[in-house]
Design a protein around this ligand. Structure first.
Ligand SMILES: [Zn+2]
Length: 303
C-alpha cells in the first residue's frame, strides 16, 4: 500500500507533469486514486499513459455499476485489454493530440473508457450495441475479447472499436458546438428512425447515407459520415460512393445518393474546420498511415 501511495504522489509531482486542467489536483477527483485497493502493472501503465497525461480513466475490470443492467455482458480479458489500450492510444488518442493538440483532447475526450469483453445484446433479442457514450463522460467499447492480437485487421478493428470511438467523440463535439441545420436538409424525409435495422448498407447508400445506422437520425448521420471517412481506406470510401449509385431498369444511373453523401462530407469537413480547427482529411490520412504500422507495435509489454 505504501508503494502504491508513493507511486501516486510521484505521478502527481512528477517532472514534466502537464495536466489537462487544474481539476487534476482536485482532491475530490472522480478517480479517487487513494482508495484504489491494489494497482497492478497494467493499472500503473494506465495511470502513466492515460490518467496522468490525459485525465482519462480506463476501466477494464467488470463493474456492474458501469454496465447497463438491461444487457448481458462478460468481462474483458486482461491481456486483450492491454493490447486494446495500446491500440487506442496509438490509433486514436495520439491522432487527435497530434492534429488538434493535447488541450483539445483533454478537454473534450470522455473521461472514462470502459472495456467490456462481449458484445452487448438486448435481452429482448434486439440489436447488438457496438459502443455507447453517456453525456460525453464515458465511452464503452464492447467485444474486447474478440481482439485477435496475432492477426490485426484494420477493417475489423475499425468496425468494432475505432469507428465507434470517432462516432461517439463526434457526438461530443456536435453536442458542444452545433452543426448547421443545412445538414438536415440534404436527405430530409428519408430517415428511417428505428426502422434502420431493416435496411442494409447498400440500400442506405443509394438513399444518401454512408451506413444503415446513419439513416436512423440526423445526428447519427452526421457522426457516421465523420467516423467512416476517417477510418475507411480510400478504396473502401470509393466503394461506398460506388454503392450509392443506382441504375434503373433502362440502365440509367441515378447519382443522387452519391451526391448526397459527398455533400454531407463537404459539410462535416467545413464544420470540423470552422468549429474545431480540425482537418478531416489530415485525420483520415494520419489514421490510414498509422494503420500500416500496427503490426510493429508491442501490444504485450507494459513499459
Ligand atoms: Zn450515435
Amino acid at each position: 500500500m505504501k508503494i502504491i501511495r508513493t507511486f501516486i504522489i510521484a505521478a502527481l509531482l512528477g517532472v514534466g507533469f502537464t495536466s489537462c486542467s487544474e481539476d487534476d489536483l482536485n482532491p475530490t477527483s472522480i478517480f479517487d486514486s487513494t482508495t484504489e485497493p491494489v494497482r497492478n502493472e497494467f493499472d500503473q501503465w494506465i495511470w502513466k499513459n492515460y490518467t496522468e497525461p490525459y485525465n482519462i480513466e480506463l476501466k477494464y475490470r467488470f463493474d456492474d455499476k458501469e454496465s447497463d443492467m438491461d444487457y448481458n455482458v462478460i468481462p474483458a480479458d486482461y491481456n486483450k485489454s492491454i493490447a486494446l489500450a495500446k491500440l487506442v492510444k496509438y490509433l486514436w488518442m495520439e491522432v487527435y493530440e497530434k492534429l488538434a493538440g493535447k488541450e483539445f483532447l483533454c478537454t473534450y475526450c470522455p473521461k472514462i473508457f470502459h472495456f467490456v469483453g462481449s458484445p452487448e445484446y438486448e435481452k429482448s433479442g434486439g440489436s447488438m450495441v457496438l459502443g455507447t457514450a453517456e453525456g460525453g463522460l464515458k465511452i464503452t467499447l464492447f467485444n474486447v475479447n474478440a481482439l485477435n492480437v496475432s492477426s490485426l485487421d484494420p477493417e475489423i478493428l475499425n468496425e468494432w472499436y475505432f469507428k465507434t470511438m470517432h462516432h461517439e467523440f463526434s457526438h461530443i463535439l456536435h453536442q458542444t458546438k452545433n452543426y448547421s441545420t443545412d445538414f438536415n436538409d440534404i436527405t430530409a424525409g428519408k430517415y428511417y428512425g428505428a426502422g434502420w435495422v431493416n435496411i442494409n448498407d447498400a440500400t442506405a447508400r443509394r438513399d444518401g447515407f454512408v451506413t444503415a445506422y446513419a439513416s436512423s437520425a440526423v445526428d447519427e448521420d452526421f457522426v457516421e459520415t465523420i467516423a467512416n471517412y476517417i477510418v475507411k481506406s480510400d478504396a473502401e470510401w470509393q466503394q461506398i460512393l460506388n454503392e450509392a449509385v443506382s441504375v434503373d431498369e433502362a440502365g440509367n444511373p441515378d447519382y443522387s445518393g452519391r451526391d448526397a453523401i459527398l455533400r454531407k462530407l463537404e459539410m462535416v469537413t467545413q464544420y470540423l474546420a470552422d468549429s474545431w480547427g480540425l482537418d478531416i482529411q489530415a485525420l483520415h490520412e494520419e489514421v490510414q498511415e498509422r494503420e500500416t504500422h500496427i503490426d510493429e507495435l508491442d501490444l504485450v509489454t507494459l513499459n
